[in-house]
Design a protein around this ligand. Structure first.
Ligand code: KIV
Length: 274
């Protein structure tokens, strides 16, 4: 049985920390699911870490649905959150609803995430009213990186801090089941976490959040560079590089394949052909 949003909300009230990771494909999602993480985010960060763009902006809903389907196929326990990409929920509430519904129906994820606070609260309310769980995302919102003027910490002025709190409250009141706080000073993120009833999931938002999320490529050592907000837990990239070089050398030298990797047949059949 998959984790549901009631269980995620309950974790905050029990004081149980919530761990979420991103995944973008079947085999990685399977690993995260088997490790028991309650939440997997198919983030539009895939635009950067899988597809090589500089921002998530070029990612389309069709691309997100394609990857989310693979993640859903690889999992049976984690609650899957599909990240609504740039401009799929901005134009109108009808648009937001239609695209959230496509995500759920076509990709098979159990919830969607969208960026913004007060300005998207009405859309969140409508999507939730239609039976689709929504995760909010405030602070550094990567789809607005051009408007924000770069990848910087948010909420550092009195006005910005108070706006972030208002955004979090608006999402809570609109019925979101959780909210991501990205690149927010620890003390502000802690205050927000205490003020709202739904779990906060931090990334670069300190230890006072109810949960944490990381981009899995950073965890695995597969990113071009590990950002300050992340922790690299292993160096899969290095193992992959070593394996590729070894394979290349084996093919060149003839060390691969051996009889172990090859197939036999009745040689008398070939005798006639020679
Ligand atoms: O797209 C993503 O991976 C995200 C996380 C960083 C929260 O939005």
């Amino acid at each position: 049985m998959r984790v549901n949003i009631a269980q995620i909300k309950e974790m905050k009230h029990k004081g149980e920390k919530i761990a979420m990771l991103t995944a973008y494909d079947y085999s990685t999602a399977k690993i995260v699911d088997e490790a028991g993480l309650p939440l997997i985010l198919v983030g539009d960060s895939l635009g950067m870490v899988v597809l090589g763009y500089e921002t998530p902006i070029p990612v389309t809903l069709d691309v997100m649905i394609h990857h989310t389907k693979a993640v859903v196929r690889g999992t049976s326990q984690s609650l899957i959150v599909g990240d609504l990409p740039f401009m799929t929920y901005h134009v109108s509430t009808e648009d937001a609803l239609r695209n959230a519904a496509r995500f759920i129906q076509e990709a098979g994820c159990q919830s969607v995430k969208l960026e913004g606070g007060v300005t998207v609260a009405e859309k969140v309310r409508r999507i939730v009213q239609c039976g689709i769980p929504v995760m909010g995302h405030i602070g550094l919102t990567p789809q607005s990186v051009n408007q924000l003027g770069g990848w910087r910490v948010q909420g550092k002025t009195p006005e910005a801090a108070s706006q972030l709190l208002k955004d979090a409250i608006a999402l809570d009141e609109a019925g979101a089941f959780a909210v991501v706080l990205e690149q927010v000073p620890t003390s502000l993120a802690t205050l927000i976490s205490k003020k709202i009833s739904i779990p906060t999931i931090g990334i670069g938002a300190g230890n006072g959040c109810d949960g944490q999320v990381l981009v899995i490529n950073d965890v695995f050592g597969l990113s071009d560079r590990v950002p300050k907000l992340a922790k690299q837990y292993t160096n899969v990239g290095e193992s992959m590089r070593r394996a590729v070089t070894e394979y290349y050398n084996d093919v060149k030298s003839g060390a691969f394949p051996t009889d172990k990797n090859s197939f036999t047949m009745d040689e008398s059949i070939l005798a006639g052909m020679k």
